[in-house]
Design a protein around this ligand. Structure first.
Ligand SMILES: NC(=O)c1ccc[n+]([C@@H]2O[C@H](COP(=O)([O-])OP(=O)(O)OC[C@H]3O[C@@H](n4cnc5c(N)ncnc54)[C@H](O)[C@@H]3O)[C@@H](O)[C@H]2O)c1
Ligand SMILES: O=C(O)C(=O)C[C@@H](O)[C@H](O)[C@H](O)COP(=O)(O)O
Ligand SMILES: [Zn+2]
Length: 357
């Protein structure tokens, strides 16, 4: 079954297409191209698998391709510069459309290149990981990492359309599927208690790649994300809730070295830390913490930070989080399952005690 959701942003709106085989469907691309010139950006793993299908769908358009190296460690300004090199070498103008074909790494970099090239050109997201289909392809956060912090350089730039072909998940390694499930669980925790309950019952089916379960998880995740982004495109308020687990998670990713822990793995541990901290300050009961830890574990994800990363180091890295305001750390914590809030009331001693447990 094919589904179409909308991300409504005031006078602008864009579709999220979800379904089996959509990567080959010209109707998912053609109406969203400004001109006839397209640059498809992918990486050395995804290119051989799916570039042919995208080129087939684009037909006789004037299309160029660019293959980037694969890995979180390549989500850098240097690599984005290769996109600018390609655009300029092929003399792309302002009517260019970039197509990001791959996971969140390709999507974040291609989107950032689109935000910057000639001060902004169009781009489409064609996400091929679960994580990208449920999260990174939607909402317009684009950017790259810095040695000192995750996603520290970037821009808000919305895609013109998102084409999530669920069939591409067939080739995704199990570890990457699990990583995507961390962001899926996140939506249940922050704003969708019923979805959280559904996930508790469906985790086995999701990990077994049951097509109906995956399609449902992707659609409900995208619906939740689209609603949050529509209400707060540039994270002036409630969009920060999408960062549940990420202050811990980003610190873990940076601390162990980009790509050592996958983003979703670090978020998985971060979700459990956020739940545990919420319990320690009396906001949620221990049953809710256990349910969170059990679901994260059932997804095949870590439930605690790496034992060789000192608590002091995690705290140091958390201090560069983008939610820091006036030097104060702000964290997303839980008032209940399905009910997240941002708070600045956690002090260093509480965090140290949590991380040293
Ligand atoms: N912009 C946002 O809102 C947002 C949201 C969440 C995460 N992110 C970012 O996304 C990144 C993580 O994305 P990710 O988890 O997709 O990782 P990724 O892009 O590194 O992809 C994971 C791996 O799977 C491979 N791959 C992709 N599709 C495949 C397929 N269909 N079959 C086989 N292999 C495939 C990739 O080549 C890569 O090796 C992080 O940098 C994170 O910060 C951004
Ligand atoms: O879309 C958002 O907003 C998110 O926070 C989604 C997160 O899953 C994602 O990892 C995002 O890139 C984190 O944002 P950042 O602003 O903390 O870098
Ligand atoms: Zn994330």
């Amino acid at each position: 079954m094919h589904q179409r959701l909308e991300v409504a942003l005031g006078d602008r709106t864009y579709p999220i297409f979800i379904g089996d085989g959509l990567i080959r469907d010209p109707d998912c691309y053609r109406p969203y191209l400004r001109g006839s010139r397209v640059l498809v950006i992918t990486n050395e793993t995804v290119g051989p698998l799916y570039m042919g299908a995208v080129l087939e769908a684009l037909g006789d358009l004037r299309t160029e391709t660019l293959i980037l190296p694969d890995g979180e460690v390549y989500k850098t300004l240097d690599v984005v510069n290769r996109v600018f090199d390609a655009l300029l070498t092929h003399r792309f103008g302002r009517d260019a459309t970039l197509i990001a074909l791959g996971g969140g790494v390709v999507g974040d970099m291609a989107g950032f290149a689109a935000a910057c090239y000639q001060r902004g050109v169009d781009f489409l997201q064609v996400p091929t990981t679960l994580l990208a289909q449920v999260d990174s392809s939607v909402g317009g956060k684009t950017g790259v990492n810095h040695r000192l912090g995750k996603n520290m350089i970037g821009a808000f730039h919305q895609p013109r359309a998102v084409v999530a072909d669920t069939a591409t998940l067939a080739t995704l390694p199990d570890r990457e599927l699990s990583a995507g499930l961390a962001e899926v669980i996140k939506y249940g925790l922050i704003r969708d208690r019923a979805f959280f309950g559904w996930l508790e019952g469906q985790m086995g089916a999701l990990r077994a790649r049951d097509p109906a379960a995956l399609a449902e998880a992707i659609a409900r995740s995208c619906q939740n994300k689209a609603e949050v982004v529509a209400a707060d495109e540039r994270e002036a308020g409630q969009r920060a809730l999408l960062n549940l687990g990420h202050t811990f998670g980003h610190a873990i990713e940076t601390g162990v070295g980009y790509g050592t822990w996958l983003h979703g793995e670090a978020v998985g541990a971060g979700l459990v830390l956020a739940a545990e901290l919420s319990h320690r300050i009396g906001w949620i009961d221990s049953v809710s913490v256990d349910r969170t830890a059990r679901l994260v574990d059932a997804a095949g994800l870590p439930t605690a930070p790496p034992s060789d990363l000192p608590a002091e180091r995690i705290l140091e890295l958390m201090a560069v989080d983008k939610k820091v305001l006036d030097g104060h750390l702000r964290l997303v914590l839980l008032k209940g399952i399905g009910d997240a809030v941002v708070t600045d009331e956690i002090d260093r001693a509480q965090l140290l005690a949590l991380l040293e447990r």
